[in-house]
Design a protein around this ligand. Structure first.
Ligand SMILES: NC(=O)c1ccc[n+]([C@@H]2O[C@H](COP(=O)([O-])OP(=O)(O)OC[C@H]3O[C@@H](n4cnc5c(N)ncnc54)[C@H](O)[C@@H]3O)[C@@H](O)[C@H]2O)c1
Length: 240
């Protein structure tokens, strides 16, 4: 029987690339996003991952329908407003933490019982190289992403004996609408991309599918001995 994977933020960028790969590999895919993915055969739940009640209702409806869950990919994320920390409002700060960190913690807490019932599962959390090393005007984003590393490691240690693996990935910069928005708001788009590329020893930013393929590997049995790992997919960004 095809395994079922829940993906958050599957309607754009890395998540969209992932759900296309998963559908091609015959997984059943459930996408939680603010907007639909437009991909055939994907079950969509539209809502905000930072809203606990939305997540609770979604997971309850899966439970009622006896859906067994094998995989969970906490991918939905937003960037920090590009300004100095002291210029951010309480709302600017909370939003980043609520979506990137709390959304992941809430959803994982709700989905874990279904995964445990399934007896076998894989959780992949999408952090960032910015969870490991500093980046200009990125304090809140960095806090949300480095917290995901600690969160994932404790999950791995706690649930290994019950068949659940958990890993966290650290992408470098990737060509997605998230980065396109940042480029558009910069003074010079070409210079922006050139500078980003130069931070990676491979001298380019990544493609969404280069990250999505790693996530698919971590979901699959090919990675059966990998748990509790933080895995860069970053063109060498963290190697410097
Ligand atoms: N693009 C990069 O350079 C990069 C680098 C490192 C890490 N990441 C991380 O990868 C993940 C995916 O980023 P991306 O670049 O594909 O972004 P993206 O903006 O292209 O896609 C993000 C998706 O998440 C959804 N989303 C945003 N907020 C949501 C919410 N509150 N509830 C539900 N869905 C929501 C959006 O609608 C969108 O479909 C994020 O966690 C991001 O932090 C991205």
């Amino acid at each position: 029987m095809a395994e079922t994977i829940i993906v958050t933020g599957g309607s754009s960028g890395i998540g969209l690339s992932l759900i296309k790969i998963l559908i091609n590999k015959n997984y059943k895919v459930i996408n939680l996003d603010l907007k639909p993915s437009g991909i055939d055969n994907v079950i969509e739940f539209l809502g905000d991952v930072s809203q606990y009640q939305f997540l609770k209702n979604t997971v309850s409806s899966l439970e009622i329908n006896n859906v067994s869950i094998y995989g969970l990919v906490n991918n939905a994320g937003i960037s920090q407003k590009g300004d100095f920390l002291y210029n951010l409002t309480e709302d600017d700060i909370n939003k980043v933490i609520q979506v990137n960190l709390m959304g992941t913690i809430y959803l994982t807490s709700l989905v874990l019982p279904l995964m445990l019932k399934n007896g076998k599962g894989s959780i992949v959390n999408v952090a960032s190289v910015i969870g490991k090393v500093g980046a200009y005007n990125n304090e809140v984003y960095a806090a949300s992403k480095s917290a995901l590393i600690g969160f994932t490691k404790s999950l791995a240690v706690t649930y290994a004996s019950r068949g659940i693996r958990a890993n966290v990935i650290l992408p470098g910069y990737v060509e997605t609408p998230l980065i396109e928005r940042a480029a558009k708001s910069s003074p010079n788009e070409t210079a922006f991309y050139k500078e980003l590329a130069s931070r990676h020893p491979l001298q380019r930013i990544g493609k969404p599918e280069e990250v999505a393929k790693l996530i698919e590997f971590l979901l699959s049995d090919d990675s059966s001995f990998i748990t509790g790992s933080e895995i860069p997919v970053d063109g060498g960004y963290l190697a410097r």
